[in-house]
Design a protein around this ligand. Sequence first.
Ligand code: PLP
Length: 401
Amino acid sequence: MPLPSPWRSDFPGILALEAEGQTYLDSAATAQKPQALLDALQGYYGAGAANVHRAQHLPGERATRAFENTRVRVAQWLNAAEPTQIVFTHGATEAFNLLAYGLEEQFQAGDQIVISALEHHANLLPWQQLALRRQLELVVLPLDAAGLIDLEQAAALIGPRTRLLALSQLSNVLGCWQPLAELLALGQAQGALTVIDGAQGVVHGRHDVQALGCDFYVFSSHKLYGPDGVGVLYGRPEALQRLKHWQFGGEMVRLAEYHSAEFRGAPLGLEAGTPPIAGVIALGASLDYLAGLDPAAVVGHEAALHAKLLAGLGARDGIQLLGAPRVALASFVVEGVHNADLAHLLTEQGIAVRAGHHCAMPLLQRLGLAGAIRVSLGLYNDSDDLERFFGALDQALELLR
Ligand SMILES: Cc1ncc(COP(=O)(O)O)c(C=O)c1O
């Protein structure tokens, strides 16, 4: 049964790529952008750019209003109680680094930071480096065969020395939702801070940070159909207060003297220098666009397309799926075929998928793999995209096997 996307024509980039003969199946790396985002960028730059929070003049006041409007929209999107709980960064990666530096003084030698075996490098390396700087122990929670963090082992490994738990909501390689409620409860029972990497999860369905009950939630705008160069850090007020300032410069300071300074609290105190103004405003436009869609229709379309993807992969010999993906993506390897060779032949046929270690080298190593191919879907993909992918896959495998 054909599965057209009713939203495809809202995304000029996907149409342009199609006209160029490219089938874009790499939305987990970055998503295409709705026309609404392009209009917002044109609107902001076309009407006259200005810096935010500093100027009393009309363009400055207008830019500040639009910028702060996005903070309100992001807070609504995540169901944060207050917009002041939303800090803008330059990406999810920067938000994790902000946390790892900002929380550094909360730890003493011998304390534990707990992550899982499937974390993206962005939610691994900042903690690993913090652990090395402060003589902390980095504990890695193992996975079960389906790619879920093993709850029994987690219960044994999370203990009184655990000061922080940093976990992915949805793996960018395995595509499975993690049992966050149970895991966060284990951390919270020990008084640990909890950090959720929502970079992939935020794209699929709506998530309520108050219901999740985490201290911090992080995502990147560009995967959520927004512009690149913008990240979001949500924090509970008590958790935000524990963050030390980590970057210093304009607008984050209340009072500066030559030899001392007094800093603002969150969010502005954590947004040193000129922020990505156009990007933040454009993220607001993307969220407005997304908010106007029927959420059940989006989830239904993505689920139907995903089922078709899994069925197609399952119907072919020698394809081994990684984990048990629940949404939006599927990573796989093919018996006797190197992923780089397969990626090369798919690329030659205009299929844009991701190949390699997916910024999760330790996970791929644990799985005994040098790399894998990942197909990931956005709400603009349709069954024709999948037909083209499977046609190209069959041709490539015929050549390679
Ligand atoms: C699960 C996960 N976390 C974090 C990141 C880092 O995001 P960014 O590169 O936008 O900072 C990614 C990006 O691929 C990701 O998939």
